[in-house]
Write a protein that binds this ligand. Structure first.
Ligand SMILES: Nc1ncnc2c1ncn2[C@@H]1O[C@H](COP(=O)(O)OP(=O)(O)OP(=O)(O)O)[C@@H](O)[C@H]1O
Length: 282
């Protein structure tokens, strides 16, 4: 579906550095990372809204620039800021967008408009942020796209809207030939629906793996500060220390257990823990 190899793009104060990852058909991949890590830059490069310096982006096995028109016909794209004409109504805007897609379906669009409780006569400028996102999503889902790409689709949405959007995404993925790639800061959403997580930090991919493998491979360790000698420290990605104890993230729990003779408390980290500790690593 999506294959990115050694993708680089430099700005004055930032470099997206040899980014590589793959997304197979039938899966949802979450794209996470701190502010300014390079998520939107990567998505813009995928959508050919920015020009890469080097590397390759293949979508449906084809170069994303050479075959842009054909590829975009099969992509549903949801961008984080509104790109609609504010003075038009939902229906008028839809009428402008629909002819660009070879497989546009008014029936599907109307189904989503109903499901999202949108009024087709309402002007775009009168829609709330959540309603605009729903409208974007209705557009993205109404032309039988095989790949849905979204930049922070759930940001700023309340939990009820968010859950509904996650349900829609989950329904789409029941078709094993479709995939979804989306960036988000809301890692709990990914814990619910993502199959794969790609984590970018300062323009570099930290990991791109199955969510279950990620959650399985990391552990949070809590213990007394006197356990932290140099040997022990080497096993941690990040350690937060106070006078009374430490808390650290490790990928090497067997070694930590043997060094501490089980005198530590071990917990399973959330994706947020993994992201925060990995990003905080010195
Ligand atoms: N057109 C541009 N010109 C110069 N620098 C840019 C440009 N676009 C992005 N950047 C810089 O590239 C870096 C990565 O930005 P990007 O928007 O990709 O991050 P992000 O991971 O999407 O962040 P956020 O989570 O805050 O949305 C930032 O330092 C940003 O200032």
């Amino acid at each position: 579906m999506l294959k990115i190899d050694d993708l680089s793009k430099g700005f004055k104060n930032f470099k997206l550095d040899n980014v590589s990852f793959n997304l197979e058909p039938g899966y949802i991949m979450g794209f996470i990372g701190p502010n300014g890590a390079g998520k939107s830059t990567t998505i813009k490069l995928i959508m050919n809204l920015l020009k890469k310096d080097s590397g390759s982006i293949k979508i449906f096995g084809k170069d994303n620039v050479k075959h842009e028109k054909e590829i975009k016909d099969r992509i549903g794209f949801v961008y984080d800021s509104s790109y609609f004409y504010e003075d038009l109504s939902i229906k008028q805007m839809k009428n402008i967008i629909a002819p660009f897609y070879s497989k546009w379906s008014d029936n599907t669009f109307e189904m989503y408009v109903k499901r999202f409780e949108l009024d087709p006569k309402q002007k775009i400028k009168k829609l709330s942020k959540g309603m605009k996102m729903k409208f974007s999503l209705a557009i993205a889902l109404s032309h039988e796209a095989d790949l849905i790409i979204m930049d922070e689709p759930t940001s700023g949405l309340d939990p009820v809207f968010r859950r509904e959007i996650l349900d829609v995404l989950y329904d789409i993925i029941q078709d094993e030939n479709k995939s979804i790639f989306f960036s988000t800061h809301i890692t709990t959403d990914l814990e619910k629906i993502a199959d794969y997580i790609t984590f970018i930090n300062k323009g570099n991919i930290e990991f791109s793996k199955a969510k279950d493998d990620i959650l399985e491979s990391f552990s949070i360790v809590k213990g007394s500060p006197d356990l932290l000698d140099d040997d022990m420290r080497k096993n941690f990605i990040y350690i937060r220390e106070t006078k009374v104890g430490f808390e650290g993230l490790t990928e090497n729990i067997t070694k930590v257990k043997s060094l501490t003779h089980d005198k530590v408390l071990i917990e399973k980290p959330s994706l947020e823990d993994i992201m925060v500790y990995t990003a905080g690593r010195k």
